[in-house]
Design a protein around this ligand. Sequence first.
Ligand code: SAM
Ligand code: SF4
Length: 345
Amino acid sequence: MNAHSQPPAATMPAPLVDPFGRAVSYVRVSVTDRCDFRCVYCMSEHMTFLPRRDLLTLEELDRLCSAFVARGTKKLRITGGEPLVRHDLMKLFRALSRHLVSGALEELTLTTNGSQLARFSDQLADCGVRRINVSLDTLQPDRFRALTRTGDLSRVLAGLDAALKAGLKVKLNAVALKGVNEDEFVPLVRFAHERGMDMTFIEVMPLGELDGPARVDQYLPMSAVRERLGEAFTLDEIDYRTGGPARYMRAAETGGRVGIITPLTHNFCESCNRVRVTCTGTLYMCLGQEDAADLRAPLRDSADDALLHAAIEEAIRRKPKGHDFIIDRATQAPAVSRHMSTTGG
Ligand code: SAM
Ligand code: SF4
C-alpha cells in the first residue's frame, strides 16, 4: 500500500524507549469512532461521530502503523469504535500482513464486538490474524439488547462460531457491571471454556461523559468477581501473559483460563509497553492521561515519513510514569473526558 514507510536498513531508526526505560512494543490503533452498538458504559445513546475527513485514510493508517513497526512495535491491535464497520478495513489488514510475512511484526490482532465476524473471520485468518478479542458481557438476548442498546446477541454468537471455525483463537472480554451481569460471571466462563476460549473480566473505567447510570453505581471491584467465580471454580494463579495487563488463573473444573484486568485497583503501569492512536491520528501515551500528540499533521504535511518519526519520538519522550484513574463519590466527573470508543480500549 505504501512504499515509503520502511526506512532503508542503513538509516533504520532506533527502537522507541520512554524516559522510564520501557520499550514501546505494542500499539493499539483505533480505525473508527463509529459503532453499530451503543454500549451503556461506553457511549451515550445519541453520539455525534467525527466528520469522515478528520479520520485517517486507510493509506495513512498503514503509514502510521508501519512507522511504529519500523521502530520496534511487535504487536498491533486494531480497534475502534467497532473496527469491522469501517469500509474496506480488510485492505488495511492485507497491507499490514506484509509485516507479519517479513517477521518485523509478531502479532496483528483485533478487538471487536463480534457483530460482523460471520462476514470477516475467514479474511482475517487469511491476513495472518491468529487471535482476536471479542467483547461479550451477557449471554441473555434481552439483557444484551439493553446493554448494547442496538445489538443482536444471535449475530455475535454466529460471529463467534465463524471465528472459531476459521481457526482464530478467541478471548472473550466482559466488563463487570454491578447489578447488571454479576449473575453471569460463572455462565460466561463455562460458555467460553466449553468452546476453548479464554474469558477475561474488566473493571469499568471512568472514561467519557455518559447519559446512563453513574459510574460509581456500575463499578464492581475484581475482588467481587473473584469471589463470585470462587463459588463455582477452583482458581489458581498461572504465569500466562499475552503482553497486556491481564493476570490469569486456571479454573481446575474446566481447564480453561480466566483473566482479570484491574486498571483501578491494581496499578500495572510499571510494565506498560503500549501506546494508543485514535482514528484521527492522535497518539495517547497513556490511557489514563490527557497528554497527546498529533500524528495526522506530520502524516499529511509530508509524503515521506521523517516528520512522522520525529513526532513519534518526541511524544514517547513524554510518556508518563502512570495513570490517575479515580472513581469515588467525591469525583463525579470522569478522570478522562474522552470515551473508550475514541481511544479504543
Ligand atoms: N467495539 C469493540 C468492542 O466492543 O470490543 C472495540 C472497541 S471497545 C471501546 C474495546 C473494549 O473497551 C470493549 O471490551 C469494551 O467493553 C471496553 N470498554 C468500553 N468502555 C469501557 C469502560 N468505560 N470501562 C471498561 N471497559 C470499557
Ligand atoms: Fe461499540 Fe465496543 Fe463501545 Fe460497545 S464497547 S459501544 S461495541 S465501541
